[in-house]
Design a protein around this ligand. Structure first.
Ligand SMILES: C[S@@+](CC[C@H](N)C(=O)[O-])C[C@H]1O[C@@H](n2cnc3c(N)ncnc32)[C@H](O)[C@@H]1O
Length: 350
């Protein structure tokens, strides 16, 4: 049986070498100019998004082709060669090569922002980015399930314990800030206290206006959360941080501790951090990750919760436990799950 692939192996190797050289130069251009030229940055985000959207259909086609190849291989093993056997094996080999090239491209393009230091957590949320519709899709899902009123009702008793006439609330990775505004208004109505809310996000995006209705005063700032110590003049009572600053280390301990220390220093001694702790199967998360990729309405979250990333570090005697105690908020489960990290006051300074 003559295979096209074996007859043209030299050309195939040459094509692979050209692919690697061209990719190298494209990566170099993106890495060098991603922050300097806005056109390159936008182009990068569009390429990244297209590759990501194509990934799943391509994996599906490969899986189906593999199934189609099985009878041909079985017949070959038993010595039966069809007239089309060579064509099917050739087609499969070429498909595998293309898929490998594609997966390498996706892998590199997704890691590239890491090379362009500290871009990883933010570029995807910008216009054209893979997660640019994260805020709208998640908020629409929350509205459908009545999330904010339910969460406000259960969080209110925690804030009632703060012995102050006004509550200072900070959301350091607020995205557009709509949900934080709604939550603060509901909390203020529950506990009859004025809320002074500071919202910030590192990305330029459409966001709520600075406002004050007498019960809730809100200011929004486009800034990096790590600059907050220089910016804030008073300590905070609550840091509201679902899928935010504590989420991004994705379970890496050193980074998480650095961020816990940042929050520790920003908080008053009675202060607390509130994070998401939704419980749902990995399958549900995967399906909603796909839905997010194709801009379809969510039926759950597209990512695991902050609680599931940080929980394992709060063991007795750990650094995390010396800074905060972590507990789930009573009466909230499924997509409503939330957790609270209460500050351990007067920590010994090492
Ligand atoms: C998944 S969204 C969560 C938004 C919000 N906490 C919520 O639950 O709706 C994460 C946000 O964190 C922002 N972000 C990431 N790193 C940041 C940083 N260092 N400082 C401020 N914002 C940051 C991103 O731009 C993005 O809008």
């Amino acid at each position: 049986m003559n295979l096209w692939v074996t007859e043209n192996i030299d050309d195939i190797i040459a094509a692979i070498v050209v692919y690697l050289i061209v990719s190298f130069f494209l990566i170099l251009i993106f890495t060098l100019y991603i922050n300097r030229v806005s056109f390159i940055r936008s182009l990068f985000k569009i390429v990244q998004r297209l590759l990501f959207m194509l990934l799943y259909p391509i994996l599906l086609i490969t899986a189906l082709s593999t199934v189609a190849l099985i009878p041909v291989i079985v017949c070959l093993i038993f010595g039966h060669v069809f007239s089309f056997s060579g064509f099917i094996i050739d087609a499969f080999f070429i498909l595998v090569l293309l898929v490998l090239a594609f997966i390498i491209a996706v892998g590199v393009v997704f890691r590239l922002p890491m090379t362009a230091k500290e871009q990883q957590d933010t570029i995807q949320y910008e216009k054209y980015g893979v997660l640019s519709s994260w805020g709208a899709l998640t908020r629409a899902y929350h509205k459908r399930i009545g999330w904010t009123p339910m969460v406000a009702k259960r969080i209110a008793p925690l804030l009632e314990q703060i012995q102050k006439p006004e509550i200072r609330m900070l959301a350091p990775a607020a995205n557009c800030g709509e949900e934080e505004r709604d939550l603060a208004q509901l909390l203020s109505a529950h506990i009859h206290k004025r809320f002074l809310v500071t919202l910030c996000d590192i990305n330029e995006m459409r966001h709520i206006e600075t406002q004050d209705d007498g019960r809730v005063s809100i200011s929004y700032h486009t800034m990096n959360a790590f600059d907050l110590p220089k910016f804030l003049t008073q300590t905070q009572d609550v840091i509201y941080d679902p899928k935010g600053i504590l989420w991004f280390p994705r379970g890496k301990e050193a980074e998480l501790i650095e961020r816990l220390r940042l929050f520790y220093d920003l908080l008053d001694d009675q202060g607390m951090v509130i994070v998401d702790a939704a419980i749902g199967s990995g399958w549900k998360v995967f399906i909603n990750d796909l839905r997010m990729t194709y801009n379809l309405p969510l039926t759950f979250y597209a990512e695991v919760s902050t609680y599931s990333y940080i929980n394992r570090f709060f063991t007795p005697g750990s650094v995390a436990s010396s800074l905060f105690t972590l507990t789930l908020v009573d009466g909230l489960d499924g997509p409503y799950g939330m957790a609270v990290l209460k500050k351990v006051p007067n920590r010994l300074i090492e």
